[in-house]
Write a protein that binds this ligand. Structure first.
Ligand SMILES: NC(=O)c1ccc[n+]([C@@H]2O[C@H](COP(=O)([O-])OP(=O)(O)OC[C@H]3O[C@@H](n4cnc5c(N)ncnc54)[C@H](O)[C@@H]3O)[C@@H](O)[C@H]2O)c1
Length: 339
């Protein structure tokens, strides 16, 4: 088999990871693209590739077979679509896009492309979240889930920009929604939520015209499978470290997740603690994608539909905050992101 030739688009934190793991999978990272020429050159040099600055040109090159898209989220759709139209395989970082319109356009391009599109929900390859998913399912039904994620103002301002990465309800909660869909085994039916922009007047965000909602508390209804509460903030004072805690209650017991470990207390067993092995989930994800492209069949990466469902859940939360009403995510099909 000839060596797979990859272009990495966006040479920031995610681009560097993708390039490293494509290279370790045996691919040649021949092209690195970033709007910032110095960034693309630096990462390209590390992998013996060429640094370029035009993403649409990069993904259409004849010497590229597969593309990783690691740009800010508002650029995922145009670059993914151009790559798919050129017949390339695409691993697009999460979240799929900011709007359902963009996501649907990506889906349409994937349908007619010879390339495969996958969305980077790398928690699917993280031993902790895999274990949480299976242990939570083992608690029986209904399950009552709770997740609290909190952090100070993010150092990358695009993460607070409603028109760039969309704020935490789109950028961060998508990971949780993707996992909860597996825990509950059915789609989200209704959402109620309240929200705030704690950091609206923070001096750090003064340059952003459309500051995203940074704090929500949401009730999510998964029908007979259970309910979930999400408390999420990126609007705390700068420097507050990221924390994430989950609790799952079910007829079979309780599961607590805190600081990277899971404590399971079941009615029929002694409490047990799961300390996950140290695994780089992006490494696992990209190696799994490589196997899929090599013809070994689906390897558990998120498809475009999973990306759309997670985005729809995020948009339902934002819409519930905006209207004060309960929102059925299925009714959002034609709406865009809420600024
Ligand atoms: N899987 C995860 O858990 C995870 C974690 C962090 C970020 N992400 C996602 O990955 C994406 C990138 O995030 P990041 O943290 O690497 O951001 P980053 O800011 O570190 O890197 C983004 C890069 O894209 C470049 N860029 C901007 N416009 C461009 C254009 N038109 N053409 C080419 N390059 C362009 C920027 O110059 C920058 O170097 C976002 O969608 C984000 O949500 C996913």
């Amino acid at each position: 088999m000839t060596q797979r030739r990859v272009a990495v688009i966006g040479a920031g934190d995610m681009g560097a990871r993708h390039a490293q793991h494509w290279a370790s999978s045996g691919a040649q990272v021949g092209v690195v693209c970033d709007a910032d020429a110095a960034r693309s050159e630096t990462l390209a040099r590390l992998h013996g590739g060429e640094g370029v600055t035009d993403a649409l040109e990069a993904v259409r090159r004849d010497d590229v077979d597969a593309v990783s898209i690691c740009t800010p989220t508002f650029l995922h759709a145009p670059i993914t679509i151009a790559a798919l139209e050129a017949g390339k395989h695409v691993l697009c970082e999460k979240p799929i896009a900011l709007t359902l319109e963009d996501a649907r356009a990506m889906e349409a391009a994937a349908r007619t492309s010879g390339g495969t599109l996958r969305i980077g929900f790398m928690r699917r390859f993280d031993p902790l979240w895999r274990r949480v998913e299976s242990d939570a399912r083992d608690l029986g039904a209904p399950v009552m889930a709770q997740a609290a994620l909190a952090a100070g103002i993010r150092p990358k301002l695009l993460m607070h920009d409603a028109r760039a990465n969309g704020g935490p309800v789109i950028d961060m909660a998508c990971h949780v929604f993707d996992r909860w869909e597996r825990v509950f085994g059915r789609p989200l039916e209704r959402v109620r939520a309240v929200g705030h922009t704690f950091a609206l007047h923070a001096s750090e965000l003064a340059g952003i015209e459309h500051v995203a909602l940074d704090t929500v508390q949401a009730e999510l209804d998964y029908g007979e499978a259970g309910t979930a509460q999400l408390q999420l903030s990126w609007g705390l004072p700068r420097g507050v470290p990221h924390s994430e805690r989950h609790t799952y209650l079910g007829p079979g017991g309780m599961l607590e997740v805190d600081g990277g470990r899971a404590l399971l207390t079941r009615s029929d067993a002694e409490p047990s603690v799961f300390e996950p092995p140290v695994v780089d989930a992006w490494h696992e994800e990209i190696h799994a994608f490589t196997r899929e492209l090599d013809g070994e069949g689906p390897q558990g990466l998120a498809d475009v539909q999973a990306g759309i469902r997670a985005l729809r859940a995020s948009l339902a939360v934002l819409e519930a905050v905006r209207t004060g009403e309960a929102v059925d995510p299925a009714t959002l099909e034609t709406q865009g992101a809420v600024a």
